[in-house]
Design a protein around this ligand. Structure first.
Ligand code: ADP
Ligand code: GLC
Length: 494
């Protein structure tokens, strides 16, 4: 199958979160299954330079009319390291030669011209598909930044380009909290006429809503876990678009993300001071814990339960619960290591905890790929009490690394972590700890329970091993995507 992925970030080129892990790893996994994959993303030249990615011009350039002006686009090409994924970069220095992807580093406000950037990008990407004669059977768009893709395909490219007449569009939803909603005056940037600005298509509460646009025009829609696919059809999780999603319920499914088992594998991980697998936990993981304590400057003790946390610091991730339970937890004999950045109040909360408990807690405010790996490996428990979580990757990394995640049973956390209970411990399925309601007492009960189980070493090891033996690889999820593509193609050929 010829598949084009259009997205605003992908590992190893540019990343702000799990979206990039997924677009990069899914593309590679599809190639491994024998498909022809092209990944199209903006040419964030500063990020590519930082990541030592070289690219070359393809020799295609064109203009797109954007409101009352025209912007020049040229195309570049590069290769996905270690894979045959073809990577096309949409070069537009005014929009993409910047220090940030959606906002300046350390700024809390998005770039003021994001509407222009992420209407220009999908338009340029489809033009690239046509000009490079990629003839895809499937085009998959990810999140609001590419929400225009299914609409442009339907309104323009299926009519304009014979080789795209039967191309099916998949819209993948990674997070309903971000929708790309802009004032009505944004319409001229989209390349589509005001006839599309109505409540059944692109309009939502008098604004242009790019995510809604993608949902309405895609052949099939998926999200990144089966539970989240159900949740987003309810007002609590739909962020206003639950009705739109209920209208398309028959076309909406959930596919749990995988993890890149080369990148996130304790037996291969070059960020770790010692590599380990399921049979060498006692040596390797113990050494990773010691090295983590040393790196962050906590007492080097093997016996103390160490809680790790790596996250964007956003209200989505349940930092209010961390704040509510932190003192109770830190009064015990424990250690806590936190890595993340984001909303200032949560950064402040974590700094405050580290200052209050200097022998027990550390907070590293920032983004640090190698420390993220070391925390996954060196911790005993991993904290992820998210308010909502479309899929979540860190809980899967944790289980693969023999670290027991403590999660709220929502979205992909509910679909991947089996909470320890008398029953799941007895039948050997438990892989972590899980609670239902977004409530401090429920979170606390699981923290307390994890400490009790930690003291029972044989039981703890069984849970570690159960998590490490599960198949978290992308090949499982990529096969489900192929089935989804086949369904979409079936529709188009009828
Ligand atoms: P989300 O995409 O909602 O942020 P995910 O769990 O899907 O959540 O993915 C988060 C990804 O970003 C993981 O790969 C995680 O390790 C990484 N990450 C998040 N914050 C940091 C940070 N401060 N430093 C390094 N990696 C981080
Ligand atoms: C989003 C979600 C996260 C998910 C990721 C990749 O960032 O917040 O839960 O894992 O996308 O799909």
């Amino acid at each position: 199958m010829r598949i084009v992925q259009i997205c605003s970030e992908a590992v190893p080129f540019a990343k702000t979160g799990g979206l990039a892990d997924v677009t990069g790893a899914l593309s590679k996994a599809l190639v491994e299954l024998g498909h022809d994959v092209t990944l199209i993303l903006p040419n964030y030249s500063r990020f590519l330079a930082k990541n030592n990615v070289e690219s070359r011009p393809i020799g295609e350039s064109f203009d797109i009319p954007l409101g009352d002006r025209r912007v020049g686009i040229s195309l570049r090409q590069t290769q996905m390291p270690g894979s045959d994924v073809r990577v096309v970069l949409v070069d537009q220095p005014e929009f993409f030669d910047r220090d940030g992807i959606y906002q300046e580093p350390h700024s809390k406000a998005d770039y003021a011209d994001n509407a222009a950037r992420f209407t220009a990008f999908p338009r340029a990407a489809l033009e690239a598909v046509a000009r490079l004669d990629l003839r895809p059977e499937i085009i998959q768009a990810h999140d609001w930044q590419t929400g225009l893709v299914p609409a442009l395909l339907e309104a323009q490219y299926r009519k304009w380009v014979p080789a795209m007449e039967r191309t099916a569009a998949i819209m993948t939803l990674h997070n309903m909290a971000f929708q790309g909603a802009y004032p009505a005056e944004t319409m001229p940037l989209t390349g589509l006429g005001y006839e599309y600005f109505n409540w059944k298509q692109m309009e939502f509460w008098k604004q242009v809503n790019l995510l809604k646009t993608g949902i309405v025009f895609a052949d099939l829609i998926n999200t990144v876990s089966p539970t989240y696919a159900r949740e987003i059809q309810t007002p609590e999780f739909g962020h206003g678009l639950d009705g739109v999603l209920r209208d398309r319920a028959a076309d909406l499914t959930g596919i749990l993300n995988g993890i890149d088992s080369h990148e996130w594998n304790p037996s291969l991980d070059s960020h770790l001071p010692a590599k380990y697998d399921i049979d060498s936990l006692d040596v390797g993981k113990v050494e990773c814990k010691r090295a983590l304590q040393q790196r962050v400057g906590l007492p080097q003790r093997a016996d103390v339960p160490l809680f790790g946390l790596v996250s964007r610091m956003s209200w989505q991730k349940g930092f209010d619960l961390i704040g509510a339970c932190a003192d109770r937890l830190l009064e015990r004999d424990v250690q806590v290591v936190i890595l993340g950045n984001g909303q200032p109040e949560y950064e402040e909360l974590c700094r405050h905890l580290a200052a209050k408990y200097p022998q027990k807690a550390r907070a590293v405010i920032g983004y640090d790929e190698s420390l993220a790996h070391q925390i996954e490996a060196g911790s005993d428990m991993f904290l992820m009490p998210s308010k909502f979580e479309p899929c979540g990757l860190n809980q899967m990394y944790s289980m693969a690394y023999g670290t027991l995640p403590i999660v709220r049973a929502t979205g992909g956390l509910a679909d991947s972590v089996v909470g320890a209970t008398a029953e799941t411990l007895a039948n050997g399925t438990a892989t972590g700890f899980s609670f239902h309601d977004h409530h401090p007492e429920q979170f606390w009960q699981q923290l307390d329970w994890s400490l009790r189980l930690f003291a029972d070493k044989p039981a703890w090891h069984r849970v570690q091993r159960a998590g490490m033996s599960r198949d978290w690889s992308w090949s499982r999820s990529a096969r489900e995507y192929v089935e989804l593509y086949e369904r979409a193609l079936g529709r188009r050929s009828n």
